[in-house]
Design a protein around this ligand. Structure first.
Ligand SMILES: *[C@@H]1O[C@H](CO)[C@@H](O)[C@H](O)[C@H]1NC(C)=O
Ligand SMILES: *[C@@H]1O[C@H](CO)[C@@H](O)[C@H](O)[C@H]1NC(C)=O
Length: 309
């Protein structure tokens, strides 16, 4: 399976499930990691270490950030394919909006309901640690996916059917450009050095720079007990970029690595930053008062805002 998806990536046929690519998802998780409390870190690591399907002895949230993509492409995980996006049937670039009844009524679900679902499963954890670990792994990924604007849009299958050119290469599609090419141009290939460097840039912007004043707005809905509503608001926020930038002037057939890239890159970086702090605050609520190795029961749960925010 891994070989299959790597191959697809290599020939540029990534499916719509692959949001943000590896570097995007892992950096988003790495940003979150910088804002977790000690309690949260202990609880999260304990769940991931007890996961019967783990690949390394002590995985971090960075290590599992793309698990949901591999899982969606495997036989056992096919049920989760549609959990990665919500097909907003709006009318960009003229009108952007997300309507849960209109856009998430199918049997397959959507990213908004999936976030609510797996949040609930961490509030009331299953006796089966594998299920709890899966819920955590899904959540880490989906709180990332939902910040990719084209994961909150139905038009041309979230941009998959919009053919564009990137650095002279034809045969690219808009969705893939937003998932991967913009990030590669901005931060390099998916390796640890680039990930750490980009994380440092983003965390600095959050603590001391351009993002500092935006953080309260990014966190205006971050109550795990109101997960469906918050996830919907996050989708509406992402979807708004479809009209304000992504499809504002028809990108079809254009070379996007120049002017279009220069406008898109700051949006991508801000979305990764936004997803990172939301994930941190979310996990701090779910695990913040937990004892080592145990998920907190709801009664003991404490809303822990990160000390650094
Ligand atoms: C978790 O998954 C592993 C690997 O499939 C399995 O051996 C183990 O029994 C599972 N644990 C539970 C509680 O189902
Ligand atoms: C909730 O999670 C379970 C376990 O993964 C899954 O079977 C179910 O389809 C999910 N429901 C929704 C609405 O996403």
């Amino acid at each position: 399976m891994l070989i299959g998806s790597t191959l697809l990536t290599a020939i540029g046929l990534t499916s719509s499930v692959h949001a943000w690519g590896g570097l995007g998802h892992k950096t988003l998780a790495n940003v979150a990691l910088q804002f977790l409390t000690e309690d949260t870190l202990t609880g999260v690591e304990a769940v991931l270490a007890a996961d019967g399907h783990k690949k390394t002895p002590h995985p971090s949230i960075v290590d599992i950030a793309t698990w949901a993509d591999d899982w969606a492409h495997s036989k056992g995980g096919a049920f989760s394919k549609e959990f990665h996006y919500i097909d907003a049937q709006d009318d960009p670039p003229f009108e952007c909006n997300v309507d849960l009844d209109r856009d998430c009524s199918g049997e397959g679900g959507c990213v908004v309901k999936a976030i609510a679902n797996y949040t609930r499963q961490l509030i009331n954890p299953s006796r089966n640690i594998n299920d709890t670990a899966d819920a955590l792994k899904f959540l880490v990924h989906f709180i990332g996916d939902i910040t990719q604007p084209l994961h909150a849009e139905s038009k041309a299958r979230g941009g998959n059917d919009i053919h564009v050119t990137w650095q002279g290469h034809r045969g690219k599609n808009l969705h893939g450009v937003w998932d991967t090419d913009i990030i590669t141009a901005l931060a390099g290939e998916d390796d640890k050095t680039n990930r750490d460097q980009w994380t440092e840039t983003i965390v600095d912007e959050i603590k001391n720079g351009n993002y500092k004043d935006l953080v309260p707005e990014w966190l205006s809905c971050t109550d795990v007990n109101d997960a469906l509503n918050c996830a919907l608001r996050w989708a509406i926020d992402s979807n708004s970029f479809i009209c304000s930038y992504v499809l504002k002037t028809d990108p079809a057939g254009r070379e996007l690595s120049g002017t279009y890239y220069r406008g898109a890159a700051p949006i991508v970086q801000e979305q990764i930053a936004k997803g990172g702090v939301r994930l941190a605050v979310w996990l701090n609520q779910l695990f913040g008062s937990g004892e080592a190795g145990r998920l907190p029961t709801p009664a003991k749960r404490l809303v822990v805002q990160d000390r650094a925010l």
